[in-house]
Design a protein around this ligand. Sequence first.
Ligand SMILES: Cc1cc2nc3c(=O)[nH]c(=O)nc-3n(C[C@H](O)[C@H](O)[C@H](O)COP(=O)(O)OP(=O)(O)OC[C@H]3O[C@@H](n4cnc5c(N)ncnc54)[C@H](O)[C@@H]3O)c2cc1C
Ligand code: FES
Length: 260
Amino acid sequence: MSRYFRAEIKENRPVDKSYNILGLKPLKPSREPEPGQFYMIGIGGEYDPLLKRPFSVFRKNSDGFQILYRIKGRGTLLMRDMKEGVVIDVLGPLGNSYPLPDKGQIPLIVAGGIGIASVFSLAEKLSGESYMFYGARNRDELLMLNELKGLAEELFISTDDGSSGRKGTIADVLNDFLTHPSPVTQAKACGYSIYACGPKPMLEAVSRIAIDKGLNGYVSLEENMACGVGACLGCVVKTREGYKRVCKEGPVFPIEEIVW
Ligand SMILES: Cc1cc2nc3c(=O)[nH]c(=O)nc-3n(C[C@H](O)[C@H](O)[C@H](O)COP(=O)(O)OP(=O)(O)OC[C@H]3O[C@@H](n4cnc5c(N)ncnc54)[C@H](O)[C@@H]3O)c2cc1C
Ligand code: FES
């Protein structure tokens, strides 16, 4: 089955002043996305902007799937104005997905900012088993909180300015959780598996915590992408086994593999 398809926009609604949900219905049968995979979304006309933009699968629904996107630059500004009923070009699902935890392991999902878009469907798939750590700049940037409360065993929140949850970084909250585990998590756990998506400094901090504590886990990386299919080498990152393409060998990498 080809990964190129056309899809109808079923919704394109704001969830906050800088964030929208785009709902797409493929016009022909397409592959099912797994948590962690992404799509290259065609925006505007054929040539402007020329390059599709990469977005994680946020969640599947009865029409097809949704993406949750931050309105950031030229491409996403144009995307915000795309209307229901319009048909666009899509490529995907692309890349690898989050491996599920081993039996008995407690999944710890860590999201920073728009990183929530990548891990949301993982939390859905793990249906109530995960502990979720979600950090943002301020209260307004915390998205989908009501839905998340129903998805995780426990939800920990932090904001940079202290306007919601703990003031500080979500990596600090994770570190405290691991340093002082509750009797419940201690009794349940044969270990933890970490799943993180967010800004690079957060991923680096989470990786250092995991390595320090001898835990395994995965980070999902974001790099600018031109082709999305491994051809242009525009998205390489340095790993312990040489350079790897985020779009092809990733975006999900074992924590210990990345050279920060
Ligand atoms: C695997 C992956 C998953 C992602 N998932 C999400 C998600 O779920 N939600 C989300 O909000 N964001 C996600 N992102 C980030 C998202 O792709 C960017 O925020 C988006 O591409 C920004 O596009 P923009 O045009 O608005 O921003 P800009 O900053 O204008 O452009 C982004 C990049 O696109 C390239 N570009 C732009 N214009 C041109 C041009 N004319 N010619 C050549 N290159 C150009 C440049 O490399 C530029 O740095 C993801 C990124 C990756 C890699
Ligand atoms: S975007 Fe072209 S190789 Fe990854």
